[in-house]
Design a binder for this molecule. Structure first.
Ligand code: AMP
Ligand code: MG
Length: 481
């Protein structure tokens, strides 16, 4: 089934054709007074969508769900998940999937509204979202895309003209999210609790067809799917570590099988280097702290493996042994990938037996001296930063001398490709969101623009380069807002 119109929507909704237990057909709940806040024309263009002849009033209707595009068939997806280690039945409680748009380069893309009203999975929630967190997801997901990190993207945000009640009344909003799918580890967990082998096979086949077609003829698809996901998640987490990204809520329902970063709730970027960096207001134990992210990814992958055991091998013991052996490879692969990433950040080309020492020594100095993670690499690249004096001490100098001896002709080029000049710094993100709340979108748009080319030195980046002044107040982020 497909349909085309002047915008260029080209829906083909394969997920909604899966067995009834996977989905619940439901429409977005109409909103009072939708108003367009932002539309991502670059992304729309890439997707083969043309909104240039549609006026703002019409756009607001489209991106609020008050008027559904032709060909859309909206559903809420069922899933489960381990949230902070505890298993729960979940599902889209405040999101609906409009369907899959087939883009002009033949990519199958989920179009999802977030904040579109209650569904059977809402539990006690209102199904809604507030403006600031939706703009936050828009900004950070687009920043991640420009940092070359796999991610869902953001097509639009509208205000609903309705209030949402959190600690205080806030402006309601809906985000349109674009993803290569919304299949999560939690989707497998949901299907696996149903103990229906047909359904599990359906999900495995569907996922492979959509994301890993190269293993569609494999003899043990479930085993190979697990192996693929291990690689994808390692690649993703290594990228997060590279730029100092802390996801903040790596529950199994927030881990996408596509390997994209998904669900920008309490995420934030680390300033001074510390493995314990954790911003989320509810993560008291630091389960999802910066340095814990690889361990959590591995833990989540083990939960994924558990869902697949019966397909990996009908003999329980054998299945467990095979899956365990595979998961146990995580640490070695991760270490290699992480090490190679750190070498790139430091411009270390080729191998030297002292590289290890060089990397760990720098991290130790950064931690002890509370040095800004991003700016330390910029300082080494001889980029302008305003806190050079932080690096004028004997320890750093000694390290730098050793490091410089190890550099080669192309070192700087490699560093430039791996070290962003600008990241969405927490204090700046908060400040542009505050302006956006009071209807001044200019600071938000300026920052968004600056984040489009994070590896290229440009004047417009200057005002975004410094970390916040150190205060006693800890920066905090929040979930489910
Ligand atoms: P998240 O923390 O955004 O990953 O959400 C976890 C679960 O809570 C998902 O099933 C969401 O759909 C659901 N949820 C979050 N916020 C709301 C809300 N305001 N109303 C209903 N469900 C929600
Ligand atoms: Mg989620």
């Amino acid at each position: 089934m497909s349909s085309k119109n002047k915008i260029g929507w080209n829906f083909d909704n394969s997920y909604s054709n899966l067995p009834k237990s996977f989905v619940y057909e439901i429409s977005p709940v109409p909103v009072k007074q939708p108003e367009l806040v932002i539309l991502n024309y670059d992304l729309a263009n890439k997707m083969g969508l043309d909104f240039s002849n549609i006026n703002n009033k019409e756009l607001a209707k489209i991106f609020s769900g008050n008027s559904l595009p032709k060909g859309a068939k909206s559903i809420a997806q069922a899933y489960a998940g381990h949230q902070f280690g505890h298993f729960t039945m979940l599902g889209d409680g405040r999101a609906v999937l409009l369907g899959e748009h087939i883009s002009k380069n033949n990519q199958r893309l989920d179009i999802q509204f977030k904040g579109s009203g209650q569904t059977p999975f809402s539990r006690n929630g209102d199904g809604r979202a507030a403006l600031s967190p939706m703009l936050r997801e828009y900004l950070i997901s687009e920043a991640m895309y420009s940092l070359n990190i796999p991610t869902t993207r953001s097509l639009a945000v509208v205000k609903t003209g309705e209030k949402v009640i959190r600690e205080k009344p806030l402006k309601g909003a809906i985000l349109t999210r674009v993803a290569s799918s919304h299949i999560r580890v939690g989707t497998f967990q949901f299907i696996s609790t149903r103990e229906n082998l047909n359904e599990l096979n359906t999900l495995v086949n569907y996922t492979i067809k959509r994301h890993y077609p190269d293993i569609s003829k494999s003899k043990n698809k479930a085993f190979d799917l697990l192996s693929k996901l291990i690689d994808k998640q390692i690649e993703l987490v290594v990228n997060w570590m590279r730029v100092g990204f802390v996801h903040g809520v790596m529950n199994t329902d927030n881990m996408a099988i596509s390997g994209e970063t998904i669900d920008y709730g309490p995420c934030a970027f680390m300033d001074s280097f510390n493995l314990g960096t954790c911003f989320s207001s509810i993560d008291h134990m630091g389960r999802y702290a910066y340095g814990n992210q690889p361990a959590v990814a591995k833990w989540n992958l083990a939960r994924f493996a558990e869902c697949l055991l019966t397909l990996i091998n009908p003999r329980k013991d054998d299945a467990l042994k095979m899956a365990t052996e595979l998961i146990d490879k995580f640490d070695k692969i991760y270490e290699e990938k992480w090490f190679s990433m750190m070498k790139n950040k430091l411009g270390l080309i080729g191998d030297d037996k002292e590289d290890n020492v060089l990397i760990f020594k720098l991290l130790e100095i950064m931690k002890k001296q509370e040095l800004d993670y991003t700016n330390t690499f910029l300082f080494l690249m001889e980029q302008e930063i305003d806190s050079k004096k932080n690096y004028q001490n004997e320890k750093f100098d000694n390290w730098k001398v050793k490091w410089q001896k190890r550099l080669t002709k192309d070192s700087n080029k490699l560093m430039q490709q791996n070290n962003p000049i600008v990241i969405p710094r927490n204090h700046i993100v908060e400040s542009v969101l505050k302006s956006a709340e009071s209807n001044d979108l200019k600071p938000f748009n300026d920052l968004l623009q600056a984040l489009k080319n994070p590896y290229t030195n440009q004047k417009i980046l200057n005002k975004y380069r410094s970390p916040a002044q150190k205060t006693h107040e800890k920066y905090q982020t929040f979930c489910g807002t």
